[in-house]
Ligand binder design. Structure first.
Ligand SMILES: NC(=O)c1ccc[n+]([C@@H]2O[C@H](COP(=O)([O-])OP(=O)(O)OC[C@H]3O[C@@H](n4cnc5c(N)ncnc54)[C@H](O)[C@@H]3O)[C@@H](O)[C@H]2O)c1
Length: 326
């Protein structure tokens, strides 16, 4: 099967590309490299450096590549930017999505998988939220993810696409951009490896459901390529992708710190890592947000394979390697 991955040069997208190729599929990528990097992709993967907001450019890529399926990861994904610039957020996340869906339909794609978000749809969730939880997005980013699912449902009905929206929890792992606002594991790993203190917002008692990027990629690949009785033409299937396990930011910092200390010890370095500092609480930060992925277990036969300790170890090792190279 040939799959076009938008945002394929980014964190999650590039893991999807790797997994698709490992399974023997042909892959091509659209990415404007606004936060992604060519370095995340194998050299022989065709990369079209195109902004998904550019209707004609997207149509041209689809007409030349003629993919069988589309995996839509490209997005404006900063909540705070969406609050400051709701128009820009809607251009990328709504107009960009419509450009991709129109081009997919015009070129005979049969299946579309969309990166949605459990975190921004469900709001406060002290126990793992199922997909039946009423959507209550409070930021423009959350609104465009919700509207994106509604567009997907419309295109599925109108054009007979088989559509899947994967509602991720907090994704982390190698290749996550440490310069964004969301990737707390990437940000803390990079800071602690550089010998700098991690800054914890408020009291740090914010519980999140951390899921490993390559596990999320595996869910995408199954949703894109497997013969699935519940994923049929004309329907949208929305599935949570997470672990249901809660970890607060203080526990997360301690876990990352212990792996960074172990990395230094393995290199024979004696380094005293600075204690975390506490900054102001972020307005509107949810106290708890967890997703229940049991439907994904039924529909995709998907379960996370990486626990947090092993996932953080792999992530810290990757950032340490990057730091040694820089
Ligand atoms: N990381 C998370 O915890 C998380 C959680 C929920 C949902 N998501 C969603 O998963 C998807 C992938 O996120 P990620 O964490 O890999 O982020 P990322 O920033 O690493 O990847 C996004 C990619 O899209 C590209 N892109 C952005 N705007 C574009 C545009 N206008 N045209 C073409 N390409 C564009 C970027 O260059 C980047 O390569 C996004 O849709 C995001 O909203 C992520």
């Amino acid at each position: 099967m040939k799959v076009l991955v938008t945002g394929g040069a980014g964190f999650i997208g590039s893991h999807i590309v790797d997994r698709l190729r490992a399974d023997g599929h042909e892959v091509c990528v659209i990415d404007d490299l606004s936060s992604g990097s060519r370095d995340n992709l194998p050299a022989d993967v065709p990369l079209h450096v195109v902004d998904i907001v550019d209707t004609q450019a997207v149509a041209t890529v689809f007409a030349s590549e003629k993919p069988d399926a589309v995996c839509h990861q490209a997005a404006q994904m900063s909540v705070s930017r969406s609050v400051r610039e709701p128009l820009f957020d809607a251009q990328v996340n709504c107009i960009g999505l419509i450009n991709v869906l129109d081009a997919a339909v015009a070129n005979g794609c049969r299946r579309v998988v969309f990166a949605s978000s459990g975190g921004v749809l469900y709001g406060e969730a002290t126990s793992p939220a199922p997909e039946t939880t009423a959507a209550n997005p409070i930021s423009p980013y959350g609104i465009t993810k919700w509207v994106g699912e509604r567009y997907l449902s419309f295109y599925a009905r109108e054009h007979g696409l088989a559509a899947v929206a994967l509602r991720y929890s907090n994704v982390y792992g190698p290749r996550q951009n440490p310069h964004g606002e969301a990737g707390v594991v990437a940000i803390f790993s990079k800071r602690l490896l550089a010998g700098e203190a991690a800054t914890v917002n408020g009291d740090g008692c914010y519980i999140r459901d951390y899921v490993y990027g390559p596990d999320v990629a595996a869910a995408n690949v199954t949703a894109l390529t497997a013969d699935l009785p519940d994923v049929t033409a004309g329907t949208l299937t929305s599935l949570n992708i997470g672990t249901g396990v809660g970890t607060d930011v203080n526990e997360l910092e301690a876990e990352i710190r212990s792996h960074v200390a172990a990395t230094h010890a393995a290199e024979g370095k004696r380094v005293t890592l600075p204690e975390p500092t506490h900054g102001p609480a972020r307005a509107g930060d949810l106290r708890s947000n967890l997703v229940d992925a049991s439907l994904a277990a039924d529909v995709l036969n998907w379960e996370p394979t990486m626990d947090l300790t092993a996932g953080i170890a792999a992530t810290v090792a990757w950032f340490a390697e990057q730091q040694a190279r820089d």
